[in-house]
Design a protein around this ligand. Structure first.
Ligand code: CUA
Length: 360
């Protein structure tokens, strides 16, 4: 006996509008659409600190103009293509319940050549300003301030080439002057990115990359590592403080100074602990025997607003938690746990905090 065909006929489907589960599917699609729209709209939050569409310097502005041109072209193309599609659906639909099949059209050479050539022409036209921008971004600007940036797991080291000043995570720059960043990595591939001030550039071990940034408005600009680099990639943040040129010179002068010797008391205990304990093996403090190169240079630690990859506000409470158990606060941090690995007591930690907070 031949098997009975179970495939439903067209009329069968039409007469069963409420297939089991179809309501659930419709509800689920509605929820998913609302969720997607919600997520999309959440991205429109005003004053987002890393908004690429809110450039604050010439390099970021140039990239933004390129985006405007490309996006504008894409929107026009979208409306033309979708408009033609909707028009075709409407004009060539089956009309008035007339029976029979519509005329089948197989190909149209002129149209096919046309819609192949139009995208080629659009892309070629967009390539002209894009290519020009690539060369402009790469050119060495006049009167640039050079800073060597080293990507570490998971923080940023800065060295102002001319003065030799060392900093970490927070980069001070003068407003209105181009900054030439010389990017290197010591471990894995990172990516340096301050969306409001310039483009994004990979930081590759064994290779030097260059990136120009510039701020035309004073302010605090947020950035982050933009290349997955390990456990604390998401915690590898940075800040750029763009200040007027005279304020920058003042900052640079203050950073050139060695650390002040501690006045005594708890601060002096802290320094002793720092120099005799494990801290000095990894951190450097100008004017002391501590010359470690693994962690950030702490000569002017207290002048920074944040620490640990610009993740935590630099205050006593966060510092205490950090010294107690850094890996607990930042997964994969090379800084050992003060209580579990270094055997620091609460008194030791208080002394270290007093010393670190004296490093203005
Ligand atoms: Cu460094 Cu991601």
């Amino acid at each position: 006996m031949p098997p009975v065909s179970r495939s439903p006929s067209r009329s069968n489907v039409a007469s069963r509008p409420d297939l089991p589960g179809s309501k659930g599917i419709r509800l689920a699609s509605l929820c998913l659409t609302l969720l997607a729209v919600g997520i999309l709209l959440a991205a429109c939050a005003p004053n987002a600190p890393q908004d690429v569409l809110d450039p604050k310097g010439p390099y970021a502005e140039k990239a933004d103009r390129l985006w405007d041109l490309t996006f504008g072209t894409a929107v026009v193309v979208f409306f033309i293509v979708e408009g033609l599609l909707v028009a075709a659906l409407f004009l060539f639909r089956q009309k008035g319940g007339k029976p029979g099949n519509p005329v089948q059209v197989h190909h149209n050479t002129k149209l096919e050549i046309g819609w192949t050539m139009v995208p080629v022409i659009i892309l070629a036209a967009l390539a002209v300003p894009s290519t020009a921008a690539i060369f402009e971004f790469a050119a060495e600007p006049e009167n640039a301030l050079e800073v060597e940036v080293t990507g570490k797991q998971w923080w940023w080291q800065y060295r102002y080439t001319e003065s030799g000043v060392m900093a970490a995570n927070e980069l001070y720059i003068p407003v209105g002057r181009p900054i030439r960043l010389v990017l290197r990595s010591e471990d894995v591939i990172h990516s340096f990115w301050v969306p409001k001030l310039g483009g994004k550039q990979d930081v590759v071990p064994g290779h030097t990359n260059l990136l120009n940034i510039q701020a035309s408005v004073p302010g605090e600009y947020f950035g982050q590592c933009a290349e997955y680099c390990g456990l604390s990639h998401a915690n590898m943040r940075l800040r750029v403080f763009a200040v007027p040129p005279d304020e920058f010179e003042f900052w640079l002068e203050s950073q050139k100074q060695n650390a002040q010797p501690p006045p005594g008391g708890l601060t002096a205990d802290g320094q002793r602990l720092f120099l005799e304990g494990a801290c000095a093996g990894c951190h450097a403090i100008g004017g002391t025997a501590a010359q470690g190169q693994v962690g950030p240079n702490l000569t002017h630690f207290a002048s920074r607003t944040t620490f640990a990859g610009a993740m935590f506000e630099n205050n006593t409470e966060n510092l205490r938690a950090w010294l107690r158990d850094a890996p607990d606060m930042k997964p994969g941090a090379k800084m050992p746990s003060g209580t579990k690995e270094l055997g620091l007591s609460d008194n030791d930690i208080d002394a270290l905090i007093a010393y670190l907070e004296s490093l203005k």
